[in-house]
Ligand binder design. Sequence first.
Ligand SMILES: C[S@@+](CC[C@H](N)C(=O)[O-])C[C@H]1O[C@@H](n2cnc3c(N)ncnc32)[C@H](O)[C@@H]1O
Length: 235
Amino acid sequence: MIRELFHPSGGLGYHFRALLRSKRYWKPFRDEIDRFFAPPDFQGKHLVVFGSSGGYLFPKILFSRFKTIDCVDFDPISFSIFRFRHPEWRGRAVRVNFLDEWKHSLGDPLVFLDRLGAPADTAVLFLNVLGQLTNREQLSFFPGMAKLLEGRAWASVHDRLVFDQPVEWREKPAPESISDTLLANALQDSRGQPLAECESSGVGNRFRGERHEYFIWSLRDRQVQVCEAVLSPHS
Ligand SMILES: C[S@@+](CC[C@H](N)C(=O)[O-])C[C@H]1O[C@@H](n2cnc3c(N)ncnc32)[C@H](O)[C@@H]1O
């Protein structure tokens, strides 16, 4: 429990950063996520959100699209913050390490969803969590992903590239699946110069969706993520 509270991708540090920076730095990114989910093409009866945290980025419109929403996170204090920010939330707080659950299900995503008690037609949303997984965690998680997503409504928002300097679009990419290299080529530094260095989150162009969009999220002045939002073809 202590480990999860101090985990680099969430926990107390993330809540503290959200408190300090949510209005000044995070709002433009949150607005873009809201716009991405505004069309009614992601809906259903039941939704499972992986990496729900305090719901700082959760698009409120989804409360009217799903009857119940289960939040999955291993951060024990995240659910109270989620409920405080979103009093309209109806669903379960599932405190599990979903990588462990995945392993206990022998990598079978359908067993995995069943263990979470989710109905077969459950939609899934990965909300800014997949790019946060270490390379090792990604290795254990991504195999089997196609089986998890097949035939259901799904969406993911994840970081693709990470920079320690401000970046801007040279040319905003078309709304389609592109490689990290093409994504990096679409960016420049704040003086309009090509970018020498960037770090990939390891997610790459793994997802083939109906809609793709790319956003720049300045977590603070010199901590920038270039994120992809992608929505299933089955929504
Ligand atoms: C960057 S935060 C997600 C942001 C969040 N969706 C929001 O709206 O602000 C990543 C979250 O994933 C959770 N997380 C990371 N790895 C996890 C795992 N293996 N199992 C469960 N939760 C995990 C962290 O606790 C953290 O809350």
